[in-house]
Each structure stands twice: as structure tokens, then as C-alpha cells.
Design a protein around this ligand. Structure first.
Ligand code: S3P
Length: 433
């Protein structure tokens, strides 16, 4: 194996990328399958679950609250649901690691439990804003104390009886929406979240699968207090956010033809497809199947990319793909301007600054702006050593950029890919042999 995925991983350039692959399960859906399975009645059988570090945090959290979660085989889990009121007080602090989804969704759920919890995470997560969930949950009657004036983890949560509210969220965030919808399952009356634009809708879809009533109207979603949820089967599709690294890898290398099988193509996640197509990338969906979550095989070919303007509205369904879009832009003809992207400053790292730094080291002409970035494309990047800011998506973006350099890239902190894509370097290595 050429690329080890250890902390100093060297990725060599390649001429072409061909083959048929699958990518690990969707991170967002995997979190939700564990959460809903835990508070449902009866058994939930999950296949395709992502066993990344973030999802393991969610599994461990529910195990610590008395839920029996068994790993049957890789990606196959059974969750013995304890019912909406069956969780028990954990003996220790819940550690969410690097996972914003674990922290924010659990803050919503824990606010409604009849017990006390403390929630914390790693240094990155402890620096990320939690007031976006604490403020609306407090309006529902939640009792949450936090560090830094109540804004940051660790949080101390004393569960209480909640009441439904109608909340106008200032930010289009699926984590905020999902925290409120989970709390809303327990709150008296209806809980409505109005978003400025519709964020990823996996929670709404999976709620329906578990028998919770969700009403959607444009950018609003409402959930009513639930009597019970019913355990079900969940088939987690491949993660489009993980596939995105290989889509761009195939697009930027010559004579490539790559098929990525069984990828989730939920329209609220397909921004990367729309943006890359607009940049001139040849991408097709084949074998499209419509279930709770739409799934397709993605076929991508080498393409001559061109720079484009990307607005915040367009970026929302591609929010996690900002780093890899920057790589595509760095190898496109002309200039790419991304604006309305200030949310990227509060992800696992400040991704605007991180990508400006990484691409700058690789010889790209980059201008960092408060709410975005301007990237002037070049034909080939330069060999360099880069740090990935302990951010899985920065590490994988740097690895893809390395394929189109004059001598390869050493990535420091490459083990962070374990957060969302265990086996990333092995797969890349196999394709570039
Ligand atoms: C996620 C929502 C998004 C995304 C994150 C996963 C989710 O975060 O960036 O990786 O599973 O709900 P925001 O809700 O903060 O935009």
C-alpha cells in the first residue's frame, strides 16, 4: 500500500483513476439511525452503518445510557430500542469527540430526559458554537449550562418537561433543526422550525420511517409530541460527501472513468453534483433507486473544469464539500469565487482559512475573504508538506490535490480521515496503483 493514513502520509501524483468502488455509509444518516433506533420500541436493524470515529461516539453515548447496540458484522448493527422514556442517566460525562452532529443532536434529546448529563468533546468541538441549539431549546423550557457564557461545551443538561415552540432559525443548519425536532418528540404541543433555506432533510425522512409524524411546508418543518416510535430496518447508503473526493479525483486526472456504486443522492445533499457539472465535470447517475433516501451509482470521467461563481444558497447542499470544491477550483481554468460561506469558519476547522493555507502551499493563487474564497486555477499544483488542521475533510482534500502535483504531498495529521472515512487512503492507493 502506497498511502498508509498514518500521521505523516505521502500521496504521490497519478496520471489516471479507473475502476468501480463503493464508499462507506453516510455519516449523517448513520448518526440518526442509532439515535432513532435507541429511542424506538423494538429492534432496529441497520446495514451500511458508517463505523467512523464520529459515529462510534454516538453509539457509545447511547450504550452509556443503557441501550444494547450490537455489531453483527462490518456495518451491520442491531439496536434494542428502549422507547422514548427508557434511556437511563449515564454514570459519566458523554464524550462527543470531534462530532458536531453527536453534540448538537444529543443536546436536543437530552434536554427532554428525566435525568442529568454532561456533554463534552475534543478541542475543536469545545470551540464550536452551541448557542445555536441552546437558545431555541431554552425557549422550549430546557435547562442547559455551558462554558464561555453558556456558548460552548462542556454543557450540563438537566432534563425537563418541554413545550413546543415555533422557532425562526437564523442559520440553515440540519444540526439545529434536528436538535429541535428530537426535543419536539417529547414537547407538549407542536414544535416548528423555520429555516432560511432547507438544510439536509435526513431527520425528517428517518422520523417518518420510525413512525413519527412530520409536516413539511416549504422551509418549515413541524413535529408533534410522539407517543412512541417503532423500530425498523435502515439501509444506510454510501456517503456522497465521501464519494465527492473520488469524483473530483477522477475529474482532475487524465483518461479517468470511475463508477461509485450505491451512493445516497438526496437532493438536499446534491449541491456538489450541480456545482461540478456547472464547472464542466462529466457526472452521470445510473441505476437510480427511490426509497426513504434516493440512491444511485455515480459515473464520473476526466473533465476540463472551468472556474465558476458559487453563492451561499448553492453551497448549502454542498456545505461539507467546500474543501474539495476548492481543490477542483484550484485545477480549473480561470477564477472561482465562493461567497456566503461564513458557516465554514465554524466547522471541524476554520475551513476557509485551512483551504487558503493548504492551496497556498501547493502554489495556488488564493484570496481568503471573510465569507468565502477566490481561487485562480492552474494546470498543476506544486509538491509540498501540508498540515490538515486535524480536519478529516482537509486531509482528504489535500490527498486529492496531491494527485495533480509535480511530486506529491506529505499530509500531516492524515489519521483524521478516520472521523468519516476509515480506509480512505487504502482505497485511494488501490485506485492509483
Ligand atoms: C450535519 C449537518 C451539517 C454538516 C455536518 C453534518 C448533520 O452541519 O456540516 O457535517 O448530520 O446534521 P450544520 O447543521 O452545522 O450545517
Amino acid at each position: 500500500m502506497k498511502f498508509t493514513g498514518t500521521s505523516h502520509t505521502f500521496v504521490e501524483p497519478t496520471d489516471t483513476l479507473n475502476g468501480e468502488i463503493t464508499v462507506p455509509g453516510d455519516k449523517s444518516i448513520s448518526h440518526r439511525a442509532i439515535i432513532l433506533g435507541s429511542i424506538a420500541e423494538g429492534t432496529t436493524e441497520i446495514t451500511g452503518l458508517l463505523e467512523g470515529e464520529d459515529n462510534i461516539r454516538t453509539i457509545n453515548a447511547f450504550r452509556s445510557m443503557g441501550v444494547n447496540i450490537e455489531r453483527v458484522s462490518p456495518g451491520e448493527f442491531t439496536v434494542k430500542g428502549v422507547g422514548l422514556r427508557g434511556l437511563s442517566e449515564p454514570e459519566d460525562v458523554i464524550y462527543a469527540g470531534n462530532s458536531g452532529t453527536t453534540a448538537r443532536l444529543l443536546t436536543g434529546l437530552l434536554s427532554a430526559q428525566d435525568f442529568f448529563t454532561v456533554l463534552t468533546g475534543d478541542a475543536s468541538l469545545r470551540g464550536r458554537p452551541m448557542s445555536r441549539v441552546i437558545t431555541p431549546l431554552s425557549k422550549m423550557g430546557a435547562t442547559i449550562y455551558g462554558r464561555d457564557g453558556g456558548r460552548c461545551l462542556p454543557l450540563a443538561i438537566k432534563g425537563s418537561a418541554l413545550r413546543g415552540v415555533e422557532y425562526d432559525s437564523p442559520v440553515a443548519s440540519a444540526q439545529v433543526k434536528s436538535a429541535l425536532l428530537l426535543a419536539g418528540l417529547y414537547a407538549e404541543g407542536d414544535t416548528t422550525v423555520n429555516e432560511p433555506r432547507v438544510s439536509r432533510d435526513h431527520t425528517e425522512r428517518i422520523f417518518e420511517g420510525f413512525g413519527a409524524k412530520v409536516r413539511r411546508d416549504g422551509t418549515s418543518v413541524t413535529v408533534s409530541q410522539a407517543g412512541s416510535l417503532k423500530g425498523t430496518k435502515v439501509v444506510v447508503p454510501g456517503d456522497l460527501s465521501s464519494a465527492a473526493f473520488f469524483i473530483v479525483a477522477a475529474a482532475i486526472t487524465g483518461d479517468s472513468h470511475l463508477v461509485i456504486k450505491d451512493v445516497g443522492v438526496n437532493p438536499t445533499r446534491c449541491g456538489i453534483i450541480d456545482i461540478l457539472r456547472r464547472m464542466g465535470c462529466g457526472i452521470e447517475f445510473e441505476n437510480v433507486r427511490n426509497g426513504t433516501e434516493p440512491v444511485a451509482d455515480i459515473v464520473v470521467k476526466s473533465s476540463t473544469l472551468k472556474g465558476v461563481e458559487i453563492s451561499g444558497d448553492e453551497l448549502l447542499p454542498a456545505i461539507d464539500e467546500f474543501p474539495i470544491i476548492c481543490v477542483a477550483a484550484a485545477l480549473a481554468e480561470g477564477k472561482t469565487v465562493i461567497s456566503g460561506a461564513s458557516e465554514l469558519r465554524v466547522k471541524e476547522s476554520d475551513r476557509i482559512s485551512a483551504m487558503a493555507t493548504v492551496l497556498g502551499k501547493l502554489g495556488s493563487v488564493v484570496e481568503e475573504r471573510e465569507d468565502g474564497i477566490v481561487i485562480e486555477g492552474v494546470e498543476e499544483l506544486k509538491s509540498a508538506m501540508v498540515d490538515c488542521f486535524d480536519d478529516h475533510r482537509i486531509a482528504m482534500s489535500a490527498a486529492v490535490a496531491a494527485l495533480k502535483t509535480n511530486g506529491g504531498v506529505q499530509i500531516d495529521g492524515a489519521e483524521s480521515v478516520e472521523i468519516s472515512f476509515p480506509g480512505f487512503f487504502a482505497l485511494l492507493s488501490k485506485l492509483t496503483l
